[in-house]
Design a protein around this ligand. Structure first.
Ligand SMILES: [Fe+2]
Length: 198
């Protein structure tokens, strides 16, 4: 008789079948609940970051920089960090991350490059954007516009949103899976979001 058979018999003697069945069912339920409750796309579960419209205010050829802060600009500072990952969780080094957004009054700079900039992810696929919390303009909730492109791959154009923003529910473009994790107890505020590319 093998050690495995012995230990199974021992377990059955120690715990009645009904108790083992209950434990198995409880375990199965908790695994299912965890899966169901994860709203933000993460690598490794066959979901990718959804695209959203570019909108009318994109300007190509933004400057390469990680900080969009400039002297004289106002607004609560925020740092957005995260990774660009493939759908099977491989960090995408050298991926383009292009960000543009309004000033704290909800206005875009459509003649220059204020609050516009692009960068490339590091060896771990990480990006780092220093900027301000954008304002709100009519019809839209608070958001960042982002383009992400791994080397030689298609461009993902999308937007990022803030949690607990009152205007989220009335925004026809708002998508809850694009909400950043934001810690506003710090100065600057800290936001995180990982992009998962197909
Ligand atoms: Fe916008």
């Amino acid at each position: 008789m093998s050690r495995l058979q012995l230990s199974r018999r021992t377990i059955v003697r120690m715990f009645p079948a009904s108790l083992i069945a209950f434990a198995s069912a409880t375990c199965a339920r908790s695994v299912k609940t965890t899966t169901t409750l994860a709203p933000t796309p993460a690598c490794g579960n066959d979901t990718t970051t959804p695209s959203q419209t570019e909108g009318p205010f994109y300007t190509p050829d933004s400057p390469q920089r990680t900080s969009l802060l400039e002297p004289g600009l106002s607004g609560p500072p925020i740092v957005i960090t995260g990774q660009v990952l493939s759908s099977n969780c491989v960090p995408m080094a050298g991926a383009l991350v292009d960000c543009w957004h309004t000033n704290d009054q909800g206005e875009y700079d459509n003649s220059g490059y204020t609050f516009r900039g692009h960068q490339f992810t590091d060896a771990e696929g990480r990006y780092h954007i220093e900027t301000i919390v954008p304002g709100i303009y009519p019809g839209r909730t608070r958001h960042f516009h982002i383009k992400v492109q791994a080397p030689n791959q298609p461009v993902l154009t999308t937007q990022l949103y803030f949690p607990e923003e009152p205007a989220n529910q009335g925004d026809f473009l708002f998508n809850p899976v694009l909400v950043m994790v934001v810690d506003n107890s710090d100065d600057p505020q800290k936001a995180t979001f990982d992009f998962v590319l197909a």
